[in-house]
Design a binder for this molecule. Structure first.
Ligand code: BES
Ligand code: MN
Ligand code: ZN
Length: 498
């Protein structure tokens, strides 16, 4: 896919399809008006006849538009003019791409009205176009046996018109968005695969593949069960006990800056299937627990993005990955295990397994003397109750770091919200038999989970993102969302200095 910015008037663009927007009540923005003038009023005539209402979601494809240099014109509804904002613009872009994907259009020029500059600057404008195009053209890597429909023909997207002074920023945004779109495809493919395909060994093979692709800057190491035992990761080993699938601990080291530069460590929960273990989950929707490795896939995709974009930053990715299964040998409620940090944990609920594999990986992060540690995990149903499917939860021991993540989410519309991680929550994890229990009560469940992790990150700058509500969609549109890669990509790009 190629992305370009154009500076001439939209009506002058030579391409397979020009895309303009129309508001409700036949209101047109300046770019659409200019196209209408070139077409001698035919756009307005069409609106006056009532054949196109301008409602959000509506599209109309017109062949051989008179006076234009493009073979087709696509009209996209923008909704009410007064309500037009960045979100409405994003939806219009995505509706345009969806409509184009149903045609044989190869090159399209987008000239939709832009929201106010204070809502969307030039860089994020370009980034959103490329990211939105990638997301709109994404097709699930399904295993349906019928012949696949023809893939969309779209291969070149132009956007504009962009004034000369803004061209640089728009192009940088397009490049970042194009790289993100590629990494998001990797992320979504990994998440959507069923657990009988996407096993811990499969994730390890994917990581090795990344190592081959970016050979010069990326080093990948994989620990098998014996290796994990040598690392004394007793909590991680407890989770994997009930499974026939062998676990893996994946370590990726990306070097984009000088060796003396302390790395950022990204940790991702890689439970390829979560039955709950002996504390077995209810059957409804249990299939969705194949998505319990979205945190792991976020880490792989983030490193793919950094390497693809050659970000000047040092990164370490840590992915503990296994299944959580019930079995005669599985860990049982009440069992006490020893983590790699030496702290003992009473496993009161085997379904609180994410924190058990993460705590040992977080402890492993110490050896890098990192600038900061971030973890990504589909950790708690409680986080979905708190923030719905709209916001990822952010918690940690450094407010500035948490704020940095929340702000990256706001800039990219991949939103996150900080929950208060204060001492009281950690006190709820008291155990009579071990240093701590792995669960507290139902109250504040997203935060007590973070408090558990916090007992393993003392002395580190650390933030935790609970993506249980945001990483995938349920219902008819079931599938991975690609979140929170957009947020993470922005965070990393800024940390790398642009
Ligand atoms: N992977 C789940 C969290 C989850 C549940 C994500 C539903 C998305 C949808 C996690 O391992 C889990 O089971 N958490 C428990 C924790 C509880 C036992 C303290 C939960 O949220 O119920
Ligand atoms: Mn669980
Ligand atoms: Zn889980």
């Amino acid at each position: 896919m190629r992305f370009e910015a154009f500076s001439r008037r939209a009506a002058e663009q030579r391409c397979d399809c020009l895309v303009i927007g129309a508001f409700e009540r036949a209101e047109l923005g300046p770019e659409a008006l200019a196209v209408d003038r070139t077409m001698r009023g035919r756009v307005r005539a069409l609106l006056a006849r009532g054949d196109f209402s301008g409602r959000a979601g509506e599209t109309l494809l017109i062949s051989e538009p008179v006076g234009l240099k493009s073979a087709r014109l696509l009209l996209v509804g923008l909704g009410g003019k007064a309500q037009y904002n960045r979100r409405a613009w994003r939806r219009a872009v995505s509706n345009a791409i969806a409509a184009l994907a149903r045609t044989r259009v190869v090159s399209a020029a987008l000239a939709l009205e832009r929201p106010a500059a204070r809502e969307l600057d030039d860089y994020y404008f370009g980034r959103a176009i490329a990211e939105g195009t990638g997301a709109g053209l994404y097709r699930i890597n399904d295993l349906k046996s019928a012949r696949k429909p023809r893939p969309p023909a779209l291969a070149r997207v132009l956007c504009g018109p962009i004034e000369g002074a803004a061209l640089g920023a728009v192009r940088r945004g397009l490049a970042a968005g194009a790289a993100l779109a590629e990494s998001a495809r990797l992320l979504r493919n990994l998440c959507n695969l069923p657990a009988n395909v996407c096993t811990p060994r499969y994730l390890a093979a994917q990581a090795r593949e990344l190592g081959r692709t970016y050979r010069r800057r990326l080093r990948v190491r994989i620990f098998d069960e014996a290796g994990i035992r040598r690392l004394k990761m007793g909590c991680f080993l407890a989770v994997t006990r009930g499974s026939e699938e062998p676990p893996r601990f994946i370590v990726l080291e990306y070097r984009g800056a000088r060796r003396s530069h302390a790395p950022l460590v990204l940790v991702g929960k890689g439970v390829t299937f979560d039955t709950g273990g002996i504390s077995l989950k209810d059957p409804p929707n249990m299939d969705e627990m194949k998505f319990d490795m979205c945190g792991a896939a976020t880490v792989l995709a983030a490193i793919d993005y950094a390497a693809r974009s050659e970000l000047k930053i040092n990164l370490v990715g840590l992915v503990p990955t296994c299944e959580n299964m019930p079995d005669g040998r599985a860990v049982k409620p009440g069992d006490i295990v020893t983590s790699a940090s030496g702290q003992t944990v009473e496993v009161l609920n085997t379904d609180a397994e994410g924190r058990l594999i993460l705590c040992d990986a977080l402890n492993y992060a110490r050896r890098y003397e990192p600038e900061a540690v971030l973890d990504f995990a589909t950790l708690t149903g409680a986080c979905i109750i708190a923030l719905g499917n709209h916001f990822s939860g952010v918690m940690g021991n450094d407010d500035a770091l948490a704020r940095e993540l929340v702000e990256a989410g706001a800039r990219t519309d991949d939103r996150a919200w900080q929950l208060p991680l204060t001492e009281e929550f950690g006190e709820q994890l008291r155990s009579n038999f071990a240093d701590m229990a792995n669960v507290a009560g139902r109250e504040g469940g997203a935060i007590t989970a973070a408090a558990f992790l916090g007992k393993f990150t003392q002395g580190l700058k650390w933030a935790h993102m609970d993506i249980a509500g945001t990483a995938w969609t349920s219902g008819v549109a079931k599938g991975a969302s690609g979140r929170p890669l957009s947020l993470v990509g922005d965070f990393l790009t800024r940390r790398a200095g642009g």
